[in-house]
Design a protein around this ligand. Sequence first.
Ligand code: SF4
Length: 287
Amino acid sequence: MTTIEIDRASGFCFGVVNAIRKAEEELNKGGILYCLGDIVHNSREVDRLTSKGLIIIDREQFKRLHNAKVLLRAHGEPPETYTIARTNNIEIIDATCPVVLQLQKKIKTQHSDSDDSQIVIYGKIGHAEVNGLVGQTEGKAIVIEKAEDLSLIDFSRPVKLFSQTTKSLDGFREIVNLIQQKIAPGILFEYNDTICRQVANRIPNIRTFAAGHELIFFVSGQKSSNGKILFEECRKVNLNSHLISGSNDIDTSLLTNVQSIGICGATSTPSWLMEEVADTLRNYLKL
Ligand code: SF4
């Protein structure tokens, strides 16, 4: 008989759980609650919350908003967002993850240290968290997505490196090594491993989980960068891993003669969605 197992270590990290709890608390009080950007990179969870009354707005809509209540998601925001809120009489429900908040403060302090250092952030250009971090440096931080971007750094000046919380440890170590090779003799290079272990620790766990099943359904929204990283880890150990956003994406031709199916997901994947996928599989396989 086919077995179906959900990876209990997959699903929301505490930062996202906290943001959703805050949103639900506010929605239960009644009134209108806006959220600046998707509260989580999972369209199904966003749909669930919008059906309860949450209104997702983009930055341009936020700038035009007055006298309203706006939730800031776990990724955090640049200082400009708080300035706009004060000017437009917007009440902020701040669900910035404490880990991101701490990183923002660290970067702000280092930037204010008025030495000649360049603040470098290893992260995805344009990602909300990265924008929030760059904002702590008045827009001056250099964002490095990949090795080729290192040409943006002046290696004759000190470098202080940080990482977006959801980047991979291997990628960060590679960037550290490359900077160490390029930095001019006697010039300061300080690196801060600011990768969140809520994500980094999932890599070894998910590898073990994916390797232990014949077929893997990795449930994640297309926009989740963490989802892309974790899915790749599944693929490395199990080529029969498939990225789906929900039950509708299940390719039933994969289910023939399979004895063990594993269901796992990103830090932005709600556990109810993984349960739904498991139920659909059980129904289809008549288990
Ligand atoms: S991954 Fe870590 S830093 Fe990012 S929201 Fe989750 S707990 Fe916070």
